[in-house]
Design a binder for this molecule. Structure first.
Ligand SMILES: C[S@@+](CC[C@H](N)C(=O)[O-])C[C@H]1O[C@@H](n2cnc3c(N)ncnc32)[C@H](O)[C@@H]1O
Length: 288
């Protein structure tokens, strides 16, 4: 499995500006790229979490390297309040969220995230109630079409839902699901026709937008004065939520300040080195 290359790492560090004695929360530990960089930049502490138990061995290695400054909890970031409370921490000096999937997840055949995968139609990142296949089976054609449309703005959602339901008994793997979508929508550009359907199912199964809204709603209570939250998102549905919540907070004069009037995007060089970074957008907010 290839390593996960942290996206927009310099931007994250510039905005967070880790300092000695401060405490940071990394809600999407993944390959640990952000956590490790923060710990190396200053004599600070990092409390991290990830919903995927696949990352536990990586977190254990980092814990061995920084035993008194790093801790990891297998949990969803929407549980931030409880995670911090269990560590006797009330407020932190920085929160970072790097949404989306890690390379480990994308490349794990058994998870079915990639439409080339011969694994089950699973798409769960961990700590989920149901898999994508459960959703496809449980939902009516209309409900499935609505999910596909709501979470990817796919114009052909009705046609796709109809084809999926009609061919349900032939769909065993993620690749079968992708082929069902491809059979009813013509490819027009570089992007595979199944991309949006996969994105929608993944967001729905992992309740990704609810998770994001929940954690953002906790910010006022959890950030120390001078603390920052930095969010890196990978699609417009997430970025829209971050933008609008930050704007709402920013309207309270003297309480919050938006640090990114426009989102920060990766440089051409970063995209060339790591094509998966191409759709990343970083937004940052300061607690005054
Ligand atoms: C893009 S990766 C993070 C990579 C990391 N910044 C690094 O530098 O290695 C996203 C990670 O966030 C995790 N994740 C996504 N949503 C989550 C949530 N609601 N709660 C906790 N972890 C989540 C995923 O399981 C995945 O491991």
């Amino acid at each position: 499995m290839s390593e996960h290359i942290p996206v927009l790492l310099n931007g994250v560090l510039d905005f967070l500006s880790p300092a000695d004695g401060k405490v940071y929360f990394d809600g999407t530990f993944g390959g640990g790229g952000y956590s490790e960089a923060i710990l190396k930049q200053a004599d600070c502490s990092v409390i991290a979490c990830d919903r995927d138990d696949l990352v536990i061995p990586i977190a254990e290695k980092l814990q061995a390297k920084f035993p008194s400054r790093f801790s990891f909890v297998h949990s969803k970031f929407s549980d931030i309040k409880q995670i911090l409370a269990r560590q006797n921490v009330q407020k932190v000096d920085g929160i970072v969220l790097d949404l989306g999937l890690s390379n480990f997840q994308l490349e794990d055949e058994s998870r079915g995230f990639s439409f080339k995968s011969k694994g089950d139609v699973d798409m769960t990142m961990g700590l989920c109630d149901e898999t994508a296949m459960d959703v496809i089976r449980r939902c009516s054609e209309e409900q499935l079409a609505n999910i596909i449309y709501s979470f990817s703005e796919e114009r052909f959602s009705r046609r796709i839902a109809k084809t999926i339901k009609k061919n349900l008994r032939y769909i065993k793997t993620a690749e079968d699901l992708a082929n069902a979508v491809r059979s009813c929508v013509r490819r027009t550009g570089k992007i595979d026709q199944a991309t949006k359907t996969f994105q929608a199912l993944r967001i729905f199964v992992n309740k990704e937008l609810e998770e994001l809204k929940l954690v953002l709603s906790e910010i006022p209570e959890l950030l120390n004065s001078g603390g920052k939250i930095v969010v890196v998102s990978f699609h417009s549905l997430e970025d829209r939520i971050v933008k609008s919540v930050f704007r709402e907070y920013g309207q309270e004069k003297g309480v919050f300040e938006i640090l990114t009037k426009k989102p920060v995007a990766p440089s051409e060089r970063e995209v060339a080195n790591n094509p998966k970074s191409r759709s990343a957008k970083l937004r940052a907010l300061l607690r005054l």
